[in-house]
Design a protein around this ligand. Structure first.
Ligand code: ATP
Length: 613
């Protein structure tokens, strides 16, 4: 038997370090190598430089390369290569001082402002803004007038002016992390603020700080060269800016004198820019988006015809209705994600359908692939997810064959969606009215007044007694149960033919749960909709479903009318799940043991059906 092309159980998630991910980017690796060569040249200058950088030989004035002087001589008769090597020291030293000052000032204050908020945030942000509004170059020239010979002071001053760059990114990151529940949990557990700042906060900001440092170093090197070009700094310390000044004087007659330091400066700044942009790519959201190649790889693995005859690859589930009679029909759906260990397949050949007016329950334990299945139908798979199917039909139309725009229009008009978390599915920036009225106007083409009247009418229908107040409210002004009613109202307001509800009662308390289920059933009957309800709870299935699909590990274990499944489940796994769900007594281990026992037989059974079809 051929080996399965991908793991059949979920692979453990491996965390890949930033360094390893960086080393996979060729452009970043080249830039880093160039930078390392420049750093090595600077550090080893006393050994690599063939001459003293300030040693003057009259015969070397404006000399062409050759005679032991690889890059020739400058206007004062000094060896250009030696001055370049020592100049690299000055340049990198200046960049380190600037970045150090920026880091020391910007990072702790940014983290503190983001974490503490309130007055601290306002005061520190005011200082940062003020610093940015001061013309830095003028201050640098004033400082240069006072400490012209001491370049370190000048670079520290530059670092102070570049600190707001660090401040802004660390403050924004800390503001976001401060709202995370794990920070609240740490506080409740008695972890001190200083410790939270040192651990959680600094860890959260380190990646953007790395990116900022690469960019700041590039800016610092450019500014430093500019100041040295103007003649600021000690004349006895070789620097690239000074060398450019010298070359500039004789640019037309001896262009090579200007060329060498310009190349050194350009290459160094470009290397830092590439390092910065590679890092930015790796730590930004963009890196979570899979590449086209990765998508193709997943699609090929999911559709691999060579593996089609494997027991693991047959479709599971069955169709009860003709395509023309089905409001929803899914055939052999596979969903996968690219991981370091290959393709992780989370839905493994699911076939199901639902007719007009039918209530279909998709039930299964956590991670069984219920949500991924309906997310594919709704076109809501997260960016990393890739789906392949023999076909998905909504209202008799094969959605996969429609152009993206038509598909969005069809889904928007035909399907209403009730999500799991009511509060996080309402935009806190807009009133309930705006959120109900906008889709009715723009998707369903109602006028503003008609849309408002419809929104009010459905709010009343879902049991909201003061619809005008709720319409005026923002999401935080209403309760969770009311928010779920608002979402149900929004889902049915466009009179869809299919209503999909994903664990619609999970986030609600028990009394509200029963009311919401009752409401869904009433609306389904009243509007004649098909209702597909995703749940892990057989109690919900018993309450409102006509038919049920039982899922485990991305496959359908069993499907049938609710009465039959409850009274005479064919699969022991289903029976265990029912009793665990209703009585809450069976333990998890028992479920797993039963599944391990029957899994091969189930796979063979559904495989046989699939082949026959
Ligand atoms: N963005 C993602 N990247 C990788 N794997 C994912 C992603 N989203 C979901 N999965 C995996 O897909 C599998 C199925 O998830 P799904 O959300 O469909 O489960 P579920 O049956 O709806 O469970 P629950 O009731 O807990 O939501 C899980 O193993 C999950 O880890």
């Amino acid at each position: 038997m051929t080996a399965a092309p991908f793991p059949t159980t979920l692979a453990p998630v491996k965390r890949i370090s930033l360094t390893r991910r960086y080393l996979r980017r060729p452009l970043g690796v080249i830039a880093l190598a160039v930078m390392l060569v420049i750093v090595a040249a600077a550090l080893l200058a006393p050994w690599l430089a063939p001459f003293d950088p300030n040693f003057v030989q009259f015969t070397l004035t404006h000399a062409e390369p050759g005679n032991g002087h690889l890059l020739g001589g400058d206007s004062a008769g000094r060896d250009i290569l030696s001055r370049l090597l020592y100049g690299a020291q000055t340049t990198l030293f200046g960049a380190v001082i600037t970045c150090g000052a920026g880091l020391l000032l910007g990072v702790p204050t940014g983290v503190l402002a983001g974490y503490a908020g309130g007055k601290t945030d306002r005061a520190l942000s005011w200082i940062s803004d003020a610093l940015q509004s001061v013309p830095g170059m003028i201050v640098l020239l004033v400082v240069a007038a006072g400490f012209g010979q001491n370049f370190a002071i000048l670079m520290v001053t530059l670092g102070i002016f570049l600190a707001p760059g660090y401040y802004r990114i660390t403050r924004a990151r800390a503001l976001a992390v401060r709202k995370e529940p794990y920070i609240d949990a740490a506080r409740v557990a008695g972890v001190t603020n200083v410790r939270i700042l040192r651990t959680h906060m600094l860890r959260a900001v380190y990646a953007p700080v790395l990116v900022q440092t690469a960019l700041t170093a590039g800016i610092a090197i450019g500014m430093q060269a500019g100041l040295q070009f103007l003649g600021i700094g000690s004349a006895s310390t070789p620097s690239w800016g000074q060398m450019m000044n010298d070359g500039f004087q004789t640019m037309l007659t001896y262009p090579l004198i200007l060329l060498w330091p310009s190349i050194a400066l350009g290459v160094t700044i470009a290397a830092l820019a590439f390092i910065g942009s590679t890092l930015a790519d790796l730590v930004s959201v963009r890196s979570e988006q899979p590449t086209r190649r990765a998508r193709t790889r997943v699609r090929e693995a999911l559709a691999a015809p060579a593996a089609a005859d494997l027991t693991e690859r047959v479709a599971s589930g069955e169709h009860q209705h003709e395509t023309a009679d089905s409001v929803l029909r899914v055939e052999n759906l596979r969903v996968g994600y690219a991981t370091q260990n290959g393709v992780k397949e989370v839905v493994r050949g699911v076939s199901l359908d639902a007719a007009a007016g039918e209530v279909l329950g998709i039930v299964g334990e956590s991670g069984s692939g219920k949500t991924q299945t309906i997310f594919t139908v709704l076109d809501l798979l997260p960016p990393g997810g890739t789906a392949v199917a023999d076909g998905i039909w909504v209202g008799g139309k094969e959605v996969g064959k429609l152009p993206a725009r038509e598909r969005a229009a069809l889904l928007g008009r035909s399907i209403g969606y009730v999500p799991q978390e009511p509060m996080s599915n309402l935009d806190p920036c807009y009133t309930v009215e705006r959120q109900l009225v906008e889709p009715l106007r723009h998707v369903h083409g109602l006028s503003k007044d008609a849309a408002r009247a419809r929104a009010r009418e459905v709010l009343v229908r879902v049991g909201i007694t003061d619809p005008d107040r709720v319409l005026r409210s923002y999401p935080h002004q209403i309760s969770g149960g009311m928010a779920q009613r608002v979402l149900i109202a929004g889902a049915v307001a466009g009179r869809p033919s299919l209503l999909v509800a994903d664990e619609p009662t999970t986030a609600l308390d028990v009394t509200v749960q029963a009311e919401v289920l009752e409401l869904l059933r009433e609306l389904q009957q009243e509007y004649g909709m098909t209702l597909v309800i995703v749940t892990h709870n057989f109690g919900v299935v018993a309450d409102i479903c006509d038919r049920v699909v039982v899922m485990k590990d991305g496959r359908i274990v069993e499907t049938g009318p609710v009465d039959r499944i409850f009274n005479n489940a064919e699969q022991p796994y289903t029976a265990e799940l029912i009793s665990a769900s209703l009585d809450d007594v069976e333990d998890r281990q028992q479920l797993d043991e039963d599944w391990a026992r029957v899994a091969p037989a189930v796979a063979a059974h559904v495989g046989g059906e699939d082949d026959a079809r």
